[in-house]
Design a binder for this molecule. Structure first.
Ligand SMILES: NC(=O)c1ccc[n+]([C@@H]2O[C@H](COP(=O)([O-])OP(=O)(O)OC[C@H]3O[C@@H](n4cnc5c(N)ncnc54)[C@H](OP(=O)(O)O)[C@@H]3O)[C@@H](O)[C@H]2O)c1
Length: 333
């Protein structure tokens, strides 16, 4: 039987100021749901930082526990598909947004949100990947499904030292693509090369300031995690029939571009949403992540903390100073 109380990172709002603290909460404060999961690990994603700092559009009501990812063990379920002791992963849906999230020792959710932990991953390695790895994998699958092959040319990854970026570099390289990693922090070039990048360029080398609607085609595909002028430049420098995936907005949510790359080069812009994916898509992407022999490379880009140490990583991400992935070891027993 689970304990009656559990520890959680709780964000509280007072006069427009958002404060975070680890608190002890009663189990019956969790929302309704047919399955109770004891969380082993969670991870920090950009959306968690936004939720934890009161960004409008992510979380409507506080107090709130963020955490869009969780990996743990089923302790109680009304679902015929689950047994006590099953190891499961949940990412996205409403977890951590307006449903109490993974920065807590327990979550209560619908069984439909859960996927079984695939063979080849542990609860810890699954959360080194988390939503960032799932999103990077969906981007890779989108590029492959669109028919872009490694021999078609280099693939650009923007925001390469970030969570999605670093995992995209690794997954694309393992799939045989020639990866160019663009970063604002060239001191991390060694890490990106070890993940599998063929070349590391400065973030602003992606920019094509001429403003011309088409510039020399370089990229067979792009995994863009930052948006704004970087995405616009990447689209204009994509080769004929190339694919540009778009998942993030760290630089800007705005895209000011022209239709010419799309109608003269057949460039395809592929939006990536990781939160609302079908079960089959989830099983496919997690299955693919489980086949990657990530081992030491994944650990090198992962920093682990407990619930108590999470606050400083949220702040670092807010300042754009985070590197790689932050895994949260929630179950400290
Ligand atoms: N669509 C989805 O389902 C989905 C899922 C996951 C994440 N996302 C989004 O994807 C984006 C990245 O998420 P993440 O978890 O990887 O975040 P992250 O770990 O904070 O990484 C973001 C990276 O962007 C780069 N960057 C930071 N500030 C920048 C700026 N002002 N201009 C250009 N680049 C900048 C940095 O990399 P360098 O220093 O290496 O350049 C940074 O490491 C976020 O917008 C997030 O919301 C979307």
């Amino acid at each position: 039987m689970p304990e009656e109380q559990f520890r959680a990172l709780v964000v509280r709002e007072h006069d427009g100021v958002y404060r975070r603290a680890v608190e002890t909460r009663p189990l019956d404060s969790l929302p309704p749901g047919d399955t109770l999961v004891r969380v082993g690990y969670s991870s920090l994603n950009y959306k968690d930082m936004l939720s934890a700092t009161g960004h409008p559009g992510i979380t409507r009501a506080y107090p709130h526990t963020p955490g869009i990812d969780a990996a743990g063990v089923v302790v109680d379920s009304a679902s015929d598909d689950l047994r006590v002791g099953d190891e499961v992963i949940v990412t996205g849906y409403d977890l951590g947004m307006n449903t109490s999230g993974g920065f807590a020792e327990y979550i209560r959710v619908s069984a439909e949100w859960l996927v079984p932990l695939p063979e080849g991953l542990t609860l810890a390695s699954a959360m080194s990947c988390g939503t960032a790895g799932f999103t990077a994998c969906l981007s890779l699958l989108g590029i492959e499904d669109a028919g872009v092959r490694p021999e078609d040319g280099p693939v650009l990854v923007t925001g390469a030292t970030g969570g999605v970026g670093s995992l995209a570099v690794m997954l694309l390289a393992d799939a045989g693509y020639d990866v160019t990693a663009a970063t604002g922090r060239p001191d991390n070039a060694g890490k990106l090369l070890r993940l599998g990048a063929r070349e590391v360029i400065a973030r602003d080398d992606v920019l094509r300031p001429s403003g011309r609607p088409l510039v020399k085609g370089v990229w067979a595909a792009v995994v863009d995690t930052v948006g704004g002028e970087y995405l616009d430049s990447a689209i204009r420098a994509t080769l004929a029939n190339g694919v540009v995936t778009c998942c993030g907005m760290v630089a800007s949510p705005r895209l000011n571009t022209s239709v010419l790359p799309f109608i003269l080069r057949g460039v395809r812009l592929l939006g990536i949403d990781s939160a609302e994916r079908s079960r089959d898509e989830r099983l496919r992407a997690w299955g693919r992540l489980a086949t990657v022999d990530a081992g030491e490379r994944l650990e090198e880009i992962t920093t682990e903390c407990g619930l108590d140490g999470l606050d400083e990583h949220i702040e670092r991400m807010r300042l754009g100073e985070g590197v790689g992935r932050v895994r949260v070891a929630v179950d400290s027993r």
